[in-house]
Design a protein around this ligand. Structure first.
Ligand SMILES: [Cu+2]
Length: 126
C-alpha cells in the first residue's frame, strides 16, 4: 500500500516537474517564433540603397539588415524614428514598425561623397 502511494506521489512529482520545466520552455519557444519579425536584407553603396523600395504591411514590425559595401553610410528613416551608422562590411540591424499606410522616405545621413544627397529610398506601407 505504501509502495503504491509512493509510486503515485513520484508520478505526480514527475508530472509537476515536467510542468514546471518542460512546458514553460515550449511556451517560450513558440512565443518567440510567433513574434520573430521578418528580416529584410539591404545593401548600401555609393550612392544607392538596394533595394530602394521596401514594402511593409501596416502594423508590421521588420528588421532591416543593412550592409554598407564601400564607405561609412548612415541610414535614417525619420518617420519611423530610427537611424543607424553603417560601417562598411557589417550587417547593421534596424528594427522598425510600420504605422499607417503611406509612403515614407529614408536616406543616407552621413556624407559619403558627391551623389550622397540623392541617396534615398521609400518605405511603402499598405
Ligand atoms: Cu551618404
Amino acid at each position: 500500500m505504501s509502495a503504491a502511494v509512493s509510486a503515485t506521489m513520484s508520478r505526480r512529482t514527475m508530472l509537476a516537474w515536467m510542468a514546471a520545466t518542460v512546458l514553460p520552455v515550449v511556451a517560450v519557444v513558440s512565443r518567440s517564433d510567433a513574434a520573430a519579425p521578418r528580416v529584410i536584407p539591404m545593401r548600401a553603396r555609393r550612392f544607392v540603397f538596394i533595394p530602394d523600395r521596401v514594402k511593409l504591411k501596416a502594423g508590421e514590425t521588420v528588421v532591416l539588415s543593412i550592409t554598407a559595401e564601400d564607405v561609412v553610410m548612415g541610414f535614417s528613416a525619420p518617420d519611423f524614428n530610427v537611424r543607424a551608422d553603417l560601417p562598411p562590411g557589417q550587417a547593421v540591424k534596424v528594427t522598425l514598425t510600420a504605422g499607417k499606410p503611406g509612403t515614407y522616405g529614408f536616406l543616407c545621413d552621413i556624407f559619403c561623397g558627391s551623389g550622397h544627397e540623392n541617396m534615398s529610398g521609400l518605405i511603402e506601407v499598405a
